[in-house]
Write a protein of this length. Sequence first.
Length: 284
Amino acid sequence: MASKIAYQGEPGANSNIACQQMFPDMESVPCASFEDAFELVASGEAELAMIPIENSIAGRVADIHILLPQSNLQIVGEFFLPIHFDLLGIPGSTIDGATEVHSHIHALGQCRKLIREHGLKPVIAGDTAGSAREVAEWNDPRKLSLAPPLAAQIYGLDVLASRVEDDPSNTTRFVVLARETALPAREELPGPAVTSFVFRVRNVPSALYKALGGFATNGVNMTRLESYMVGDEFAATMFMADVEAHPEDLPLKLALEELDFFTTEVRILGVYPAADYRAAAATA
């Protein structure tokens, strides 16, 4: 029996594509929500989960910054997926004969040129692949879908236009989650590594500035830093960060020691191999 990897969305979604590309031998399991995907891994029904965390255009994925630290799962990998959308319709449909285009709000926002050019009415759907399924079920040539290429194959739709996104550089970063275990030692990750963690600064003036100073003085590259409020405590701010280093590397070890002095909480969410995409993007 093939091992399983869970993802949020319907079959044909970008998360489904990410699962197939990174783990082609695993069975991809669709889930209605991120919480459901987390639960499949926590319960042992799935070995891994593929979760989108940020998009190069839309920014961070809503709620992940809160759900991930609470999931009791561990980040064990990352994957960068170029995002492409196709315009799909039932067999025999045409763009000129259509009046509506259905998709997730982010997909509609990332394909504005095509929508305006053809005078289509954008209709928000809960999921890109779900909009393709609905278009197939409605069997109405006036209704089209903006969805990933895989959705056309799954739902038997015609591709009326390919790669219609406004920005061809559109990319989503996913993290791979597994049940918690001991963090990998440096010798287990001989190449470039990424460390993800959350922290809460002390309620003193310039606390964040001082907390981050150790990363600058030790030459640690911080690639992501986001803040979010904790519950209804407007004075309690948590930060989620990614750095390109392993905790056993001396520069990061020193930076984390300094961070600990100015914080009330520091928790590592994962230490994992840096995706090849990072090196390629740095030299592009």
